[in-house]
Design a protein around this ligand. Structure first.
Ligand SMILES: Cc1cc2nc3c(=O)[nH]c(=O)nc-3n(C[C@H](O)[C@H](O)[C@H](O)COP(=O)(O)OP(=O)(O)OC[C@H]3O[C@@H](n4cnc5c(N)ncnc54)[C@H](O)[C@@H]3O)c2cc1C
Length: 425
């Protein structure tokens, strides 16, 4: 063990869990995965857990079990500091908060701690809005939704939900909430959909700014057809207990308020001295995924900022990019470990744009295929929704291997057939 390279991966999300799983059985390395939670969840599903159209307990991967199956060590804890000179990280372990932080040494540190919504300091957002950035937040929102739904069910009260941010997260959440309410209506409250007021507020001129204009227009039309009030070009200046104040002096009243706008890196990265950071707070990395000022620290996924040399454009903060980076890094590090150690040159990562896909629950979906997928093109409706699922299935394949992944898919299918399509508990 003593001469094995100590690789510490912080963040067991899309990128980090794939890296730890892929390197776990590497004989030249002792791999430790650190995460503040005890289980992994595919983040692009969070809005379905928030709405109640999927159950998290069936879609999580326990870190301890994954570690045992794949030969790495799992250490629960929240990263609070990195001492680059001593090559150690500090962790706060929830159960032992009163004790001094745990210190973990590394030879190579891989940071994959994701990102969060950015409220840009808008007053009242922190106190009054939900964010859907991790499983506890999605579950908190779902609990609040359920409380209000029960009130509406018993007393006939109106339920109003306002979502700020017209990117994929906000658009998908709005559609999923409408879908959930329609499904719930079948279970004894047919007028529930009429009592739901759903608003989607976007400061830019159109929804889904990362997509072509025709997709934005089609998404806005579908949502409007579902009864969602779509407000583009609308700037929120503050949030309070009863709703949002707008720059034009107007207000949007809402019982439940969700902030799904902007992206920023976790604050802990700003406390690591001497590393180069981008405007979003992400760590600037070269195409070898090493941070520009410390080759012993790599960053990937949403918390990394990488400009793709082929297009001179930033690699997007998406699950697709995080997955590709992990799939690139695993064989690259394996080769480095056998040939010259972790300081060896790593091959450059090239982002392959496979397209952007947005799925509006069961209502509709759109995708643009990147030039690496059948030479580019468009996807609509069912095909786009299937392509959306495919990315998740690829991720599961990477984590479980073909046998277990197939069993998981079969279990999901069985579950879909026997369980109600929306949470009723
Ligand atoms: C509702 C929603 C829908 C989305 N839909 C899509 C989509 O359709 N397609 C798409 O490509 N992308 C989508 N995304 C974006 C996608 O989820 C992210 O780009 C992707 O998860 C990034 O992967 P990651 O590995 O960088 O981070 P994550 O998957 O976010 O994982 C980060 C991990 O780090 C851990 N962590 C964080 N801070 C600490 C700390 N201080 N100490 C220890 N551990 C820590 C977290 O617990 C987590 O396990 C969506 C995001 C959301 C919120």
């Amino acid at each position: 063990m003593a001469d094995r390279v100590r690789i510490v991966v912080v963040g067991g999300g899309v990128a980090g869990l794939e890296v730890a799983t892929g390197l776990g059985r590497e004989s030249h390395a002792a791999v430790t995965l650190v995460d503040r939670g005890l289980s992994h969840v595919w983040k692009p599903m969070l809005h379905t857990f928030a709405a109640g159209t999927a159950r998290p307990d069936r879609q999580t991967v326990d870190f301890f079990a994954q570690a045992k199956r794949n030969g790495f060590h799992f250490q629960p804890g929240t990263l609070t500091a990195v001492d680059r000179a001593a090559k150690t990280i500090s962790l706060v372990v929830e159960e032992a908060e009163s004790r001094p932080p745990l210190t973990l040494p590394y030879d190579l540190l891989v940071l994959a701690i994701g990102s969060r919504a950015n409220d840009f300091g808008t007053p009242g957002v922190e106190e009054h809005c939900s964010t859907i950035d991790d499983l506890p937040e999605a579950e908190d929102f779902h609990a609040a939704l359920r409380r209000h739904l029960l009130r509406s069910f018993r007393g006939g009260d109106e339920l109003s939900v306002a979502i700020v941010g017209g990117g994929a997260t906000g658009v998908e959440l709005a559609a999923e909430l409408k879908h959930a309410i329609d499904l719930l209506a079948r279970y004894g409250s047919p007028d529930l959909p009429r009592r739901l007021r759903l608003s989607l507020i976007e400061s830019g001129p159109r929804l889904l700014p990362a997509f072509p204009e025709r997709v934005s227009a089609a998404a806005a039309k579908t949502l409007a057809g579902l009864g969602v009030e779509v407000m583009t070009g609308t700037m929120v200046t503050a949030a309070d207990e009863t709703g949002f104040a707008l720059k034009d002096g107007g207000r949007v009243e809402a019982t439940l308020k969700v902030w799904a706008a902007g992206v920023k890196a976790p604050d802990v990265l700003s406390r690591i001295d001497g590393l180069e950071r981008a405007r979003t707070g992400g760590l600037v990395v070269g195409s070898d995924l090493r941070t520009t000022r410390d080759p012993a620290i790599l960053a990937l996924g949403d918390c990394a900022s990488l400009t793709d040399p082929a297009t001179a454009r930033p690699v997007p903060a998406t699950a697709q990019a995080a997955h590709q980076q992990a799939q690139h890094l695993v064989p690259a590090l394996r080769r480095a470990l056998t040939e010259g150690g972790v300081a060896a040159t790593l091959p450059p990562f090239h982002y392959r744009e496979r397209g952007a896909i947005v799925s509006l629950a069961d209502f509709n979906g759109w995708g643009t295929l990147g030039r690496y997928t059948f030479g580019g093109g468009r996807l609509n409706g069912l095909f786009a929704r299937l392509a959306h699922d495919l990315l998740y299935r690829q991720h599961q394949l990477g984590l479980f291997g073909p046998g277990l992944a197939l069993a998981t898919w079969a279990a999901d299918e069985l579950d879909r057939r026997v369980s109600p399509p929306v949470r009723l508990d």
